[in-house]
Write a protein that binds this ligand. Structure first.
Ligand SMILES: [Mn+2]
Length: 336
């Protein structure tokens, strides 16, 4: 019982907003509502499309009851308590519910050639947008204006929209890893963090650049140098067979050498695909290993509360021999 939209999208090609996919020995069935039945038939092959009657989860449960399923697997991370209750109630006592996490995400984590081609295009598009955004930075401009321009430029270049809410953070706000854009104006002698991603052909990209408006003090230059070195070490570690946690350690160990590790407050990266955050998770303690076809972000940072922050992020694909950086914007330290 596949309830997560990116999961059934991946398995069937159906891009509608609502539905549940039932994958069984007897065949594959998509239950959806009247807004999407025509679309579902157009977008899928070999999938039986069933119009839901009443609520989605009650309707799916009744289908399962009708088929006399004995065992139904579901991903407990992709269903609310209320949805699961409705499903169970309608399916009746004949079905046993088995929690199975990560089955479809594991398939999605390995991109085939056509997915990689799409992700390359999404990454190049985001790289172009970040360069245009850097070109618009001047004292007096507001974070919200830059964020609006970023999303406008993305769509002009063919993206269906941003992959997540664009981050534009000036000055001390750059110390917040996920700062939301505000009406704050850019001053002189301030750091600027731009973190944006585009969705192109359903696939996400994610890129961050940090620049300095004015003449950067020595300690800011040193932070930048450390983050760039940490990023290069982690990109180097993105190889077939490398542990997810080992890639994180490559970045973290570099920042430790610079005595900046305590300012690196998040993990090194995440998988990218139909969703902007998916497997693999490049974090401390993760023991799974990279395989060819994985696409991950590498985004170490340092964040000094009240002062500012620096993050550099690129998208990297794992190949059988080596890796491929999909994003294209220069990483040299830029002073405007
Ligand atoms: Mn990211």
């Amino acid at each position: 019982v596949v309830t997560h939209a990116p999961d059934w999208h991946y398995l069937t090609g159906f891009t509608g907003e609502s539905g549940v996919l039932l994958v069984a020995e007897r065949g594959t069935t998509l239950v959806t509502d009247g807004r999407f039945t025509v679309q579902a038939k157009e977008e899928t092959t070999g999938v039986k499309v069933v119009l839901q009657k009443g609520g989605l989860y009650a309707s799916v449960g009744e289908t399962i009851r009708g088929w006399k399923w004995k065992t139904a697997g579901f991903d407990p991370t992709q269903l609310t308590v209320a949805q699961f209750a409705a499903l169970k109630r309608a399916a009746g006592s004949g079905a046993n519910w088995k929690k199975v996490s990560g089955l479809v995400p594991a398939l999605r984590a390995v991109k085939d050639a056509s997915e990689l081609e799409q992700m390359r295009k999404a990454a190049v598009l985001a790289s172009e947008v970040v360069e245009r955004a850097i070109g618009m930075l001047k004292p007096g401009v507001r974070e919200l204006e830059i964020a609006a321009e970023v999303e406008f430029q993305m769509r002009k270049l063919g993206a269906s929209g941003p992959a997540f809410q664009t981050i534009v953070a000036f000055g001390e706000r750059a110390a917040l890893p996920h700062a939301r854009p505000t009406a704050r104006k850019l001053g002189k002698n301030e750091l600027v963090v731009l973190d944006l991603g585009a969705i192109l052909g359903h696939y996400c990209s994610d890129i961050t650049r940090t620049v300095y408006v004015g003449k950067a003090p020595q300690r800011v230059r040193r932070w930048y140098e450390a983050v760039l070195e940490a990023q290069q070490a982690a990109i180097q570690a993105v190889q077939d067979g490398a542990g997810w946690g080992e890639v994180d350690a490559a970045a973290r160990d570099t920042l430790t050498r610079f005595h900046l590790d305590r300012y690196f407050v998040h993990s090194t990266g995440h998988g990218l695909g139909l969703e902007v955050h998916e497997d693999p998770r490049l974090a401390r303690g993760q023991t799974a290993r990279l395989v060819p076809g994985n696409v991950v972000t590498i985004e170490p940072g340092v964040y000094v509360a009240g002062v500012g922050g620096i993050r550099i992020e690129d998208d990297v694909a794992v190949h059988r021999n080596g890796n491929e950086v999909l994003t294209r914007a220069p990483r040299d330290f830029i002073e405007i």
